[in-house]
Design a protein around this ligand. Structure first.
Ligand code: Z5A
Length: 203
């Protein structure tokens, strides 16, 4: 089972993943948790460049770095895990590229799809999307302190990203599970956990 988690800044993905890790480990259900960018050693080096506020990147250079990270991730982590029939949950995946580089940076969606198809990537069985107003997400991130290269973007950038995600999720209800991330974290966790368990039972 291949699950991905998506959403804009500060929606609570990392917080939710920590709770899911504890839950599945307690229940002795094997789950591999990984993330993009930075799911591999090579990806961690790429992640440093991507998040470094002092580095100016053209939108295409940013995209190529994201795709290099993903290629490493697919070949070194995701495909081997799927081959072993392991459950895997990735914090961000292809939809992040369509949302951030496509809707956010303005790269044509067809171009992005062409580039991503070169990666021959496995498709997720389920994507959980955490939805939150841009203002609330950025406020949460601000409280946490220090921002990265993406978080210094303006409100309009993140509004475009959220609008894109919502369009994608509404158009494909069979693939996506939307959670209102303004709910208390224990409710968000229950909704995500129950959705994953029912998907696991289906398989
Ligand atoms: N990126 C891209 O552009 N294209 C791509 O294809 C990919 C990625 C794959 C990765 O950075 C960046 O890469 C990302 C997009 C870009 N943009 N940025 N920035 P990252 O992994 O460091 O950042 P992130 O994925 O956006 O995660 P984040 O900023 O760390 O947010 P989060 O993990 O969703 O939130 P959190 O840390 O769990 O929570 C934030 C705060 O809110 C924290 O203080 C929590 O205690 C609090 N919180 C969490 N849940 C709740 C609830 N339910 N209520 C109240 N407070 C809460």
């Amino acid at each position: 089972m291949f699950i991905t988690l998506e959403g804009s800044e500060g929606v609570g993905k990392s917080t939710l993943i920590d709770l899911l890790k504890d839950y599945f480990s307690d229940k002795k259900i094997d789950f591999l948790f990984t993330r993009e960018p930075g799911g591999t050693k090579e990806g961690q080096a790429i992640r440093k460049i991507l998040l470094d506020k002092s580095i100016e990147l053209n939108s295409y250079s940013e995209t190529f770095l994201i795709l290099a990270d993903r290629y490493e991730h697919i070949n070194k982590i995701i495909n081997p895990a799927l081959k072993k029939n392991q459950n895997i949950l990735s914090d961000r995946y292809i939809d992040s590229t369509l949302a951030y580089q496509g809707a956010g940076r303005g790269i044509d969606q067809k171009e992005l799809e062409f580039l991503m198809n070169l990666l021959n990537y496995p498709k997720p069985d389920l994507t959980i999307y955490l939805d939150l107003s841009v203002e609330e997400g950025l406020n949460r991130v601000k409280k946490r302190g220090k921002s990265d290269r993406f978080e210094k973007e303006d409100l309009i950038f993140f509004e475009k990203i959220r609008k894109f995600y919502l369009k994608l999720v509404t158009a494909n209800p069979e693939k996506y599970f939307l959670i209102d991330a303004s709910k208390p974290i224990d409710e968000v966790f229950d909704l995500a956990k129950n959705c994953i368990l029912s998907k696991l039972n289906e398989k």
